[in-house]
Design a protein around this ligand. Sequence first.
Ligand code: SAM
Length: 271
Amino acid sequence: MYVKLFGKTVKSRENLFNFEDLRIKIPVLFSQLIVAISGLEKVFYVILGMHKGVMMKFINEEIEGYAISKSNRPSQYVKELGDETRANVPMSMMLVGEMEGSLLGFLVRSLKVKRVLEIGTYTGYSALCMAENLPEEGEVITLDIDDELTPLSKKYWGQSPDGKKINKVIGPALETIPKLDGEFDLVFIDADKQNYLNYLKLVIPRLSEKGIVVVDNVLWSGKVLKAPEELDPTDTSTAHIQELNDYVSSSSELYGTLLPIRDGIFLITKV
Ligand SMILES: C[S@@+](CC[C@H](N)C(=O)[O-])C[C@H]1O[C@@H](n2cnc3c(N)ncnc32)[C@H](O)[C@@H]1O
């Protein structure tokens, strides 16, 4: 039997509580509730600025998977460190991942790098990718403002035969770098974007003859394409990354190649 309710024709009470009907309706309502919750989650994600953690993919995932499968990849220790980071540590998208890890390893190996300076350790994934490709006497000095993740890094660095080449220094990198001595064959910049150009200017004079600087996230999910007036007023990173990119491309003393791999990688050397 049908009755009019709020201008719509619906089944009468006795039929609304028909158990056969409810058996179908409950799962449908439940799935609609889940969709609504996940929609709300996305809204909060954007409002709270957590969207900064989502990285745009420039390369087709299948193509990237194929490229990774044909490349020399970081070791099982690095893989397990990555897996544990993704399972237990917030902001795991900050990991360079296998493709960039392989590239960092290639650069260390092919340039016969002995001394690496890394700015931004996080859980120590990229540090281990580079250490694995250093000679026995090689060294990675990795800087981070935060000590909280050191035990996790050390768990995997301790298992790997190459972990002993890594030395982590805690503190704001701008203060730590001037206290370090010697030259570096490779500097990997992957920390706070606001200081990207400051880091570059600090490390260029510290490069060895064959030295290079590798800067991560220089495409910043494509946001570098935006004009100043199009930038979100809460965005404190994009303008600084654009500043670094402009500086390198207009410098007559630097030779740079910006690779659209992962989130953009700038390879820079002195002319
Ligand atoms: C993108 S993560 C590094 C990821 C790492 N290279 C990897 O792929 O395994 C950036 C790191 O920079 C660190 N950081 C942020 N500001 C810093 C500062 N002023 N000095 C040193 N480290 C800083 C953060 O604590 C964070 O761990």
